[in-house]
Design a protein around this ligand. Structure first.
Ligand code: PMP
Length: 407
């Protein structure tokens, strides 16, 4: 039994009552995006009905309301990730934009010819491509931490990769393909001992494991709101204050300036330095509501329950003839990837969809790690705390039936 009222939780998410192909929806595509509770939907509606305004720039009442709501959301983010200072929380579009911001602004200033950037073999394309672009522009080199057969990064090989030219280690916290929980605290500590900057991609960890940016110790931690029950188009770049303050702004425009002449611009202090233009105000407020919702359930309770679901799913799937689990590190978070002999991953996805069960199939925007395991695509069910053991049983039953009908 989950350590919270799962029926009440499920009633909070209206879309879970949806019917698909005549069946009740079973949403097992949480690694792609999560659903939104009524509390988030209603908070955004309230914003547009009672608070909508641009922020900071006007003296009228609605501007004050909108600004208060937006800054309250920033404070909720700070508390949720245990950042020391709300000014270190920058609202961006999502993980992708946050990593691109760091690669452009920090990387532009700190990476030069012959320097090295370290990522792992587990990374999502969002934590590969911006670094590759930076490396190409600067004549720097991208180096890759290998993973073992279960899908964990090799810390011994990682240590050997670091040298005097290493400028940054950019590492995913949880793999979106394998569910591997990476020991980011150790990874960061090893880099920091050598004075190397660190970024942690928290896109897949934020909704599934407790995150404390001070405990992790990295210079940057980034995540997307939509993976944690908030809207799309809003996400967070957290950075250590002194690191952010030493960085040049990325985009220029309104909101990030204190004074502009044609000769010179004086920039605003944090966080505005990195929030040029009108941001996604309503959805930032929605993100605050989503994190408050998660706080009420408790991320420890969520994590504990999801691990039980994942362990159960792994055990059940492992009994199906011809099924290959991809990613078998103990203590995985959320994700259960597999292939099934005799079927393409698309065929498995379609058969599941016929029963109302939504999973992702394909390359999951992380081609290198799938190729590491000798496949181009996989079927990827992924759980959130609103999923049930019964839904895992439904998934397993369809896959078992397919396996028994193998041509
Ligand atoms: N990193 C990881 C590990 C992810 O899983 C994702 C989303 N699939 C991203 C980065 C990119 O997130 P977004 O598309 O929300 O920017």
């Amino acid at each position: 039994h989950p350590p919270f009222d799962i029926n009440a939780v499920r009633r909070d998410f209206p879309i879970l009552a949806e019917r698909v192909n005549g069946k009740q929806l079973v949403w097992l595509d949480n690694a792609a995006t999560t659903h939104k509770p009524r509390q988030v939907i209603e908070r955004i509606r309230y914003f547009y009905e009672h608070e909508n305004s641009n922020i900071h720039r006007a003296a009228h009442t609605l501007a004050a309301r909108a600004t208060d709501a937006y800054e309250h959301a920033r404070e909720v983010v700070r508390r949720f990730i245990h950042a020391p200072d709300a000014r270190e929380v920058i609202f961006v579009r999502g993980t992708t934009e946050a990593i691109n911001l760091v690669a452009k602004a920090w990387g532009g200033q700190n990476v030069g010819e012959g320097d090295e950037i370290v990522v792992s073999h587990l990374e999502h394309h969002a934590n590969i491509v911006p670094w590759q672009q930076l490396a190409q522009a600067k004549g720097a080199r991208l180096r890759v931490i290998p993973v073992d057969e279960q899908g964990q990064i090799r810390l011994d090989e990682y240590q050997k990769l670091l040298n005097d030219r290493t400028r940054i280690v950019a590492i995913g916290h949880v793999s979106n393909v394998l569910g591997t929980v990476v020991p980011v605290r150790e990874v960061v500590q090893i880099a920091r001992q050598r004075g190397i900057t660190t970024l942690v991609d928290g896109a897949q960890s934020i909704a599934h494991t407790p995150v404390d940016v001070q405990e992790i110790g990295a210079d940057f931690f980034v995540f997307s709101g939509h993976k944690i029950f908030a809207p799309t188009g809003i996400g967070v770049l957290w950075g250590r204050r002194e690191v952010l303050e030493a960085m040049p702004p990325w985009q220029g425009g309104g909101n990030m300036i204190a004074d502009v002449t044609f000769e010179k611009t004086v920039f605003q202090p944090l966080p505005n330095t990195f929030e040029a233009g009108t941001g996604n105000i309503a959805d930032a407020v929605g993100l605050g509501a989503a994190l408050e919702y998660v706080e009420r359930i408790g991320i420890h309770a969520i994590s504990q329950y999801e691990h039980a679901l994942v362990d159960y799913g792994m055990q059940q799937l492992a009994t199906i003839p011809g099924l290959r689990l991809i990613g078998t590190v103990p203590g995985k978070a959320s994700v259960l990837s597999f292939t099934l002999a005799g079927y393409t991953t698309d065929e498995v996805g379609k058969a599941l969809n016929d029963e109302g069960i939504a999973v992702r199939t394909g390359h999951h925007c992380a081609q290198p790690i799938l190729r590491r395991f000798g496949v181009e695509t996989a079927v990827r069910p992924s759980v959130a705390f609103y999923n049930t053991f019964d839904e895992i049983d439904q998934l397993v039953a369809v896959v078992r039936r397919l396996a028994s009908q193998r041509r």
